[in-house]
Design a protein around this ligand. Sequence first.
Ligand code: ADP
Length: 581
Amino acid sequence: MTTSGYAMAAQVRARELGSRLALAAFIGFVGWILAPSIWPAVWIVVVLASQGADWWLCRDLRRAPEQVPSPAYKIACCVMASLNVVVYSGMTGYLWFYGGEEGRIFAMIQAAGGLLHVSLHMHHTRALLLSAVIPHALYFVGLPVATAILERRPAELLITVGGLLYMSHLVVAVRQSSATTSGLQAANAEAREARHKADAASAAKSDFLAVVSHEIRTPMNAVISAANLLRRTRLDAEQREHVMMLIDAGDVLVGLLNDVLDFSKIEAGKMHLEQAPMDVRARLTSLQRLWEPKAEAGGVTLRFDIADDTPDGVVTDALRFQQILFNLLSNALKFTREGEVTVSVAWDAPNAALILAVADTGCGIPEDRLAHIFDSFEQADVGTTRRYGGTGLGLAISRRLAEMMGGDLTVTSVVGQGSTFTVRLPAEAVVMAPAQDKARRVADAGALRGRQVLAADDHAVNRRILSLLLEPHGCVLTLVENGAEAVAICQTQVFDAILMDMQMPVMDGLEASRGIRSSGVNRDTPLIALTANAMDVHRAAWDEVGAQAFLTKPIDPVLLARTLAEACTPAVETDELVQAA
Ligand code: ADP
């Protein structure tokens, strides 16, 4: 421990320069009182000069404490430390010889104090410590010895003995302090190392998740899209049922993948919320439309009760708002065999908060499990996964999201009678201007007829799926296999919209998009990312290259057609990035 020891000593010395100079002024004043002469004043001037030189010499160590000082620099620091002590304690000698009895007592106390001071502040580096301690010790022990010899007063040697005793105690104390400091530094270094390892592990986990997510989404896109295409063909009842099983299982897998990604994002503190006006009733209506068929199929009534005083609009993160309610509704319908599921919405005006309660008449949750269902990977009982599927992540994510939005998510339940999940979301009420909420955006699917669409994707299966999905809408599709081909064709042929994959050989989608945006006849053509890279960083990267929308694989055929139609319809606002994960 030598290198940073010099820097540490330099920093401590800089910090205490003011008090050292103030003390010097006091000592000089005492010297002048006890033995008036010009010397105390001269001493002060010399002290100022030597402290200034020390300050100047140590400036590099203060500026860059991590740099390793050269051997010559270390020697200079040690010489400077000795010089400073010799000068500073010069007054000790003056007081000893010319200050009378009081001067001697003062000199000894000052020498002992100085010794203590440098021992505590310079013990980080042995060479520095010795350079500062030796001159002090010489004053401390040498002055009484010199007097004993010069003035033939052997009794003075007793002071030397006292001084030696004092120094032996000091050595023990300094050793102790040194050991404590070293222990502390070792513990700090260990903590730093552990933190680096944790950061590296977390980065590796994120990379792993990104790769796994991409690799699973790509084949899943083929499976789900093919199943969706198959559903549109002429099938008998049994075949249709099998295709629906494929589609349902695919949807569960996508949900699972999204849950795992969301959960790890929240855990890593990387989930960022948006704040924008949201049309409360429009959002709830779209959720109702989404879940009604499932409720009907299960013989359960789905009701939405919205209190009259609920504001039309609130400022919140609409995507996450929808995600929480989606999870709660999905659970309520999953665990309710008969009866009803009610979504009640109220406005807590004094606290400016939306209160949303999802109540069901389902199986209920045993009291001893209630506290645990919000923990990750927890289900009310072990048979749940077997009977209903699921991972136990939905509620953990929903509660964390509600908390991040400044609210909470609570539950009450009675086994056999049902459960009520209540979300409280503080939000500012706003008046909605027409079309301010993305849920209001509509575009005619017929808008795709005759539209020239360029799609870049390196997988042959994906290209085939795109043509099977889009050509029935009347799109004229141009398919290319990588970014470079997309950039080349964009130089000459005008398109109404461009669908761009992210990872492609030769040139990836982001680079190609930059190329298309920088020159050629498609600089302003709407560009839609259609990718298996579903993480936030990817979304942000697409945002940066000016993509108008970000769609993830597996492709949702309805969403794809709607997004493309919106992109191809100039009348519809085109400046927002459609959040569609
Ligand atoms: P998952 O539904 O994927 O298992 P959740 O975190 O959404 O995960 O739910 C955790 C558990 O809480 C469920 O497995 C279930 O046992 C219980 N649960 C959640 N909602 C309800 C409900 N409405 N009725 C009964 N049990 C529920």
